[in-house]
Design a protein around this ligand. Structure first.
Ligand code: SAM
Length: 252
């Protein structure tokens, strides 16, 4: 950084003191700010230094599942008041979070895994905070869609993220049909219970397209399964596909 003395790493023989030294050099969090903090999607080593600092220094952590996030905070030796904020109370919680921001609190928002607001709660709180004139900062980090795209081998210059398809068969089919003319990579999230159903649908709508299933990203059994939808379907019938999936469909 221009005008700053270089950091003297040799002065800090272990990580802990290095962490404190780095923290001391950083500006404090800003009062009345909502921080969207990304958390690991499997591998706890993927938490960022900034995420840890924000979680340590904020006043309250709004979490999709307070028990789940409580365990994550405990793992990193952080103790913080937690506020539940999930799909069905997000509207009401937004008002409370705005009130806290008005009092000058620093609020961190986390979800169970990955980046808040990406097929997860967050959008409503963010909209409300912006509308009320508060500062909103992203603390970027893990996100299944980005991790999957990175290692997919499919074109990443143009992609369309769909998130989860609707559950009803007709609506799923219509959505997929409507995407046929898109000339880039399609990215979907899918539950392990519906991944086989999705492969059947893809074999009908996108039979000649290259598909990549990114399974259990950042975890012990991480793998990438590549092939035409019918080939992957045959594979899925031989061995049951378990775990979490990002499904990507390449352009022809
Ligand atoms: N907000 C998260 C993010 O930033 O990726 C996504 C949350 S969404 C509720 C959960 C879905 O993300 C899963 O059903 C799966 O499709 C995908 N996902 C999350 N973690 C994953 C992982 N480790 N490997 C593969 N897919 C994952």
């Amino acid at each position: 950084m221009v005008g700053k003395k270089p950091f003297k790493f040799y002065k800090y023989p272990n990580c802990q003191s290095l962490k404190f030294a780095m923290d001391a050099a950083l500006p404090p969090l800003t009062a009345g700010t909502l921080y969207l903090v990304a958390t690991p999607i499997g591998n706890l080593e993927d938490i960022t230094l900034r995420a840890l600092r924000v979680l340590r220094e904020c006043d309250v952590v709004a979490a999709e599942d307070t028990r789940h996030s409580g365990r994550l905070l405990k793992h990193f030796g952080i103790s913080k008041p937690l506020l539940s904020c999930f799909q069905f109370n997000e509207a009401r919680r937004s008002e409370e979070i705005i009130e806290r921001l008005r009092r000058g609190e620093k609020v961190a928002l986390v979800t169970d895994a990955g980046s808040p607001g990406i097929s997860d709660p967050g959008e409503r709180v963010v909209k409300a905070a912006i509308a009320a004139g508060f500062r909103v900062e992203s603390v970027p980090g893990p996100c299944a869609l980005v991790a999957a795209m990175t290692a997919s081998g499919l074109p990443t210059d143009e992609f369309h993220f769909i998130g989860f398809l609707p559950h009803k068969s007709g609506q799923r089919r219509n959505k997929l049909e409507s995407l046929k003319s898109f000339d880039g990579t399609l990215v979907l999230y899918e539950s392990p219970y519906r991944v086989e159903k999705l492969l059947v649908e893809l074999s009908e709508v996108f039979p000649e397209h290259e598909v990549v299933l990114a399974r259990e990203l950042t975890k012990k059994f991480e793998e990438y399964l590549r092939g035409k939808p019918a080939e992957l379907l045959a594979m899925a019938k031989k061995r049951s596909l378990k775990g979490e999936f990002v499904v990507m469909v390449g352009a022809v």
